[in-house]
Design a protein around this ligand. Structure first.
Ligand code: PHE
Length: 338
């Protein structure tokens, strides 16, 4: 004689085996195993059974519960497998995948990142200032008199309120010294603007890294050592570096730096990459006036400053023939610098 529990198990297994989907299976799970499902009802019934029947029925009940649980899990697994098979049924796994488009940094950004990393290793911090500047920060404070050609309306972009687009990043020298007393060791990467005729080597917007180092006993030897180290890190140990005497109103003495290296694709040609010099005492005095103190006493502090042309450096490092390519957003060009 079959026990009603065995009957229950056989019914349950039959229904589970013929359940058409996950939804029906879930209903069956609740029906047989749920808190008020048939198996649970039997657990309750156990309590009222005569003592000698309890172990037999208890054992059977356990077996029935396990059999139903296993059947439900097995059926659920079937449904999952069917679903997965359906999902990939029309996919040819032997086809090549869809490639992801890979972006890359703009060559100028790469140049800036490389340069900044070198200066950071030498202990330079990053500084910044606005692109739209006052005439005072761009010229007066940098010892550039009103009759200097750089101030000509033909050479600079002026706004109606008298401000202008900075013609060099040297403005950040002034801004940094206004904010903090010496010693100072900063670089300031950024854009600069001039009203140049646009050609293969000139644009109205270009990029510089300004540098400023102010401390006690800073000399031309420090300036030379710093910039030679930088240029050799960038272009290779066999890079020749030449300091030519030059004139800037805000440095004295002043130099322009040319580099030449067989490693550079530009070949055996001197290329000008930097203006630099020892900070002019008049610049310290202008800063003191603005700060209303004597923090930059030219008798006590000396310093050097430099402005590196980033576009020029990128052009010789990457062998780029025309500066206008940087701004044209042509993927055929940009894709060459992954
Ligand atoms: N500001 C100068 C330029 O744009 C470069 C420079 C910076 C020169 C700092 C000396 C010191 O040409």
């Amino acid at each position: 004689m079959t026990h009603p529990l065995e009957q229950l198990r056989d019914d349950a297994l039959a229904q589970i085996a013929s359940s058409p989907d996950e939804h029906v299976l879930e209903i069956l799970r609740v029906k047989f195993l749920g808190r008020s499902g048939s198996v649970s009802e039997w657990s309750d019934k156990m309590k009222s059974l005569p003592k000698e029947e309890k172990p037999v029925v208890g054992k059977l009940l356990n077996e029935v519960r396990m059999a139903i649980t296993a059947a439900i899990e097995g059926r659920a697994e079937n449904f999952r497998a069917e679903k997965e098979a359906a999902a990939v049924a029309n996919i040819d796994l032997s086809l090549p995948g869809t490639p992801h488009e890979r972006g890359a940094l703009h060559p100028l950004t790469q140049m800036l990142d490389r340069s900044i990393a070198i200066f950071r290793r030498m202990g330079f911090a990053l500084a910044e200032g606005p692109d739209i500047e006052t005439e005072w920060h761009c010229f007066d404070a940098l010892n550039t008199p009103a009759d200097h050609p750089a101030r000509n309306e033909q050479d600079t972009f002026y706004l109606a309120d008298g401000r202008l687009l900075r013609t060099h990043t040297s403005t950040v020298q002034i801004r940094t010294m206004e904010l903090a007393p010496p010693p100072i060791r900063v670089i300031a990467p950024g854009a600069a603007y001039r009203r140049d005729e646009i050609d293969a080597t000139h644009t109205t917007q270009f990029h510089q890294i300004e540098g400023l180092y102010v401390d006690e006993n800073v000399s031309v030897a420090d300036l030379k050592g710093t910039l030679e180290f930088f240029l050799r890190e960038l272009f290779g140990a066999d890079t020749a570096v030449r300091f030519r005497p030059h004139y800037f109103p805000f440095t004295e003495p002043s130099f322009e730096i040319d580099v030449k290296s067989s490693a550079l694709k530009g070949g055996e040609q001197w290329v000008e990459v930097c203006g630099c010099g020892m900070v002019h005492p008049a610049v310290f005095e202008a800063v003191n006036q603005s700060r209303h103190d004597k923090a930059y006493d030219p008798e006590k502090w000396t310093g050097f400053a430099f402005g590196l042309g980033m576009d020029r450096l990128a052009m010789i490092l990457f062998d780029i023939p025309d500066i206008r390519l940087f701004a044209q957003n042509d993927l055929r060009f940009l894709g060459q610098f992954p």
